[in-house]
Design a protein. Structure first.
Length: 220
């Protein structure tokens, strides 16, 4: 009988010192390090799920004292008073978004000398918004894409994901997985979650045999 593990959850570290810089994300990191000396009123940070956008957004929020906004915050009547005293906001959203409210947010921050960081899977210039004024502003935002991880970052991210869950793995597991998994952050996260569940359910440490079994079953 397979024991069902308790879902105790885990907390990923969002400290700036924990973010792993590599060729796939160094351009994005360089842009955020330049704040507040950006050439315009904002920046668009985009890339596939799990690529580090959320982590970088939290690093930026801590540094800039920025507020995180979602699509629900752009509903009519939600913005008045929202920006009092803020120098920056982070908008984590995918299209469609309320056009006029987003235009108002962008303009209000620009007039106050503040900045808007847009975080999304697709560059905002390609959202296809209907409002011409908003379309022109989104097109003018510098856009930086975070690319899929290279070999060095694949291994480093696996080490970090296991550490975030306080999981010890046997020697060779990280290199074995990094050379065989899909080259995406999401695939790494799924594999670590699967191994964590299997290890808890079986009361078994994570070694090469378990990693191979989970990988071959397609749970990563």
């Amino acid at each position: 009988m397979t024991q069902l593990p308790l879902e105790l959850g885990h907390r990923a570290s969002y400290g700036g010192e924990d973010f792993l810089v590599a060729s796939s994300n160094e351009a994005a990191v360089a842009w955020l390090d330049r704040w507040p000396a950006w050439p315009g009123a904002g920046l668009a940070l985009h890339g596939p799920p799990g690529c580090g956008k959320t982590h970088l957004a939290h690093v930026f929020m801590a540094r800039a004292g920025a507020r995180l906004l979602g699509p629900e915050d752009l509903e009519p009547g939600a913005l008045p008073g929202l920006l009092d005293g803020l120098r920056a906001c982070v908008l984590d959203a995918e299209p469609p978004v309320p056009d006029r409210a987003l235009l108002h947010l962008h303009n209000a921050l620009a007039e106050a000398g503040g900045h808007l960081l847009v975080v999304s899977r697709q560059a905002p210039a390609r959202w296809g918004v209907a409002l011409p004024d908003l379309a022109s502003r989104l097109a003018a935002l510098p856009a930086v894409r975070i690319e899929p991880p290279d070999d060095r970052l694949m291994e480093a991210l696996l080490v970090k994901l296991f550490a975030d869950r306080q999981i010890a793995v046997a020697p060779g597991v990280v290199a074995y997985l990094a050379s065989r998994l899909e080259r995406s952050f999401a695939a790494l996260q799924r594999m670590v979650e699967s191994l964590d569940r299997e290890s808890l359910a079986r009361r078994r440490s994570i070694g090469l045999a378990l990693a191979r079994e989970v990988l071959e079953r397609g749970q990563g």
